[in-house]
Write a new protein. Structure first.
Length: 496
């Protein structure tokens, strides 16, 4: 700490008067010192002094000192110097995705790790989220890298291109260094199979490539799976009708996932990790359907890092699990045993924000073989800060979110009761942050994030810039909110 303090004082002497230093970022090589600095107007710059300064684009303060903007080009130069800024791969520990919809949350996410033995995915965003927040894959990577540098975090992180549905999206995210790819084959899942008659299933199967072959492969076959350390055995025989439903429901999705894996292999040209998500369907993934999907993927050469089934119960956005916990536990044990026995991959919980009541089950039955994704809950903490620090801005966002909610909820599975959401003028200033401790208001702000961040009048953003400026002004408070809230997630996920 003494050496860092000395370096900070040396840097301070060389900086303009209105700059401060993020001390955790101070690092260097034999001949160059690097640090993240910030001026009184909340603008951040990379400070570089020494011979390495010549490689960076920025404002020269002297022959070997530069203040450089936090551009992608400068981030890439810094990644060439420090390999801990390059996305890496999870080791034997749970992994946790920290989605960041503002581009300002990574330092708070890092702080939430605390002493938890968890591997973070700091750059995690779906193409849909990027469209709704007006961001690009390059921007998502860039802000994550600078956030990691700000905190001086050297333990490794991954970058997840989430919910990919096209080859073009795979190529776009691979080009900027994402190393985790989540295939979303939901458009190829046929949930209607669950309610089809025998005749309808037979007809659908007849039209499918390899339908008859797959039926013969699975019908009447017994599958067993075990969960080490828990004395749990899963044993079932595939009945003909169950096989037909599984094939009709999931086989087109399997084929799309195989194609996606091949596209990633071509685009990435190096190591990567691959997830398949079938969670965005109306009906739960049964254990036998899980067996079918897992076997068909692995037999076709797909190296699964994780698989996200559609779990029983309601996994709604931004609130705790809704459903029978005993039934969830029994189903999770079956899914965990299958994942261990048919590929030893992780089970992934999407929409993992605030699912506090089920985290202990994941900790108990999956241990290190769990992956959780969050995003909206970090955005909610940002808007909580707006409610704390600028009630007038918050009330404008609140009014707009209520106007947008009915349309925006169409792409989300939520059962929000608007009668439980007070209007913008019904609460005193000091009570506004309390809205984020209640399920229905949380969901209103959660599902309208894209409309709020992208709302414009002419060429001007109505809310986005004000939100970001407030988060920058009260940066430490923002980080503390994230540290506390996401830290609570990790407490429960790693307990025991």
């Amino acid at each position: 700490m003494g050496e860092i303090l000395k370096k900070a004082k040396r840097i301070e002497k060389r900086l303009p008067e209105n700059y401060s230093i993020y001390r955790n970022s101070i690092t260097g090589t034999d001949n160059t010192t690097y640090a993240l600095v910030r001026n009184s107007g909340t603008e951040k710059r990379l400070y570089v002094s020494g011979s390495g300064a010549q490689s960076f684009e920025g404002e020269a303060k002297s022959e070997n000192i530069k203040l450089c903007p936090l551009t992608w080009e400068n981030a890439q130069q810094l990644m060439d110097v420090f390999d801990w800024l390059v996305p890496s791969f999870p080791s034997s520990k749970p992994s946790f995705g920290f989605g960041d919809r503002t581009g300002l949350a990574t330092p708070g996410h890092k702080r939430s790790l605390g002493e938890h033995d968890v591997f973070p995915i700091f750059a995690q965003q779906s193409i849909r989220e990027m469209e709704r927040t007006g961001r690009t894959p390059q921007d998502v990577m860039n802000t994550a890298v600078w956030g990691v540098f700000e905190e001086g975090y050297r333990e490794g992180f991954a970058a997840d291109a989430d919910h990919l549905k096209t080859r073009e999206s795979i190529e776009e995210t691979a080009a900027v260094g994402f190393n985790m790819f989540t295939c979303d084959p939901s458009e190829h899942v046929t949930p209607e199979a669950d309610s089809m008659s025998e005749v309808e299933l037979e007809e659908a199967l007849r039209k499918m490539e390899r339908g008859k072959e797959l039926l013969e492969k699975y019908s009447g076959r017994k599958f067993t799976a075990s969960l080490p350390g828990h004395g749990y055995e899963f044993e079932r025989i595939f009945r003909s009708n169950e096989v037909k439903k599984a094939i009709v429901k999931y086989f087109p999705a399997v084929k799309f996932a195989v194609d996606s894996f091949d596209w990633v292999s071509e685009a990435r040209k190096g190591e990567f990790i691959f997830e398949v998500s079938v969670d965005e369907t109306e009906t739960p993934t049964t254990p036998l359907e899980h067996v079918f999907v897992a076997k068909e993927l692995t037999e076709r050469g797909v190296d699964l890092f994780s698989l996200a089934p559609r779990f029983v119960g309601d996994i709604e956005k931004g609130i705790d699990y809704i459903g029978d916990l005993d039934r969830f536990e029994e189903q999770l044990k079956a899914h965990a045993a299958i994942a261990r026995s048919f590929g030893d991959y992780r089970l992934s919980l999407h929409s993992g924000s605030d699912k506090f009541s089920i985290y202990p089950y994941f900790a108990e039955y999956l241990g290190e073989k769990v992956h959780v994704k969050t995003a909206g809950t970090s955005y909610l903490e940002a808007i909580r800060l707006v409610a704390e620090k600028d009630p007038d801005l918050f009330r404008r966002i609140h009014e707009f979110a209520l106007e947008r909610f009915d349309e925006d909820r169409a792409t989300y599975h939520v059962e929000t009761d608007l009668s439980e959401v007070p209007g913008p003028g019904e609460l005193s200033d000091e009570k506004l942050p309390d809205l984020f401790d209640r399920d229905d208001p949380r969901q209103v702000f959660h599902v309208t994030y894209g409309s709020v961040l992208n709302h414009r009048k002419g060429t001007e953003y109505v809310f986005r810039d004000e939100i970001k400026n407030l988060l920058k002004e009260y940066e430490e408070r923002h980080y503390r909110l994230l540290e506390s809230h996401l830290g609570h997630h990790l407490d429960l996920l790693t307990q025991g």
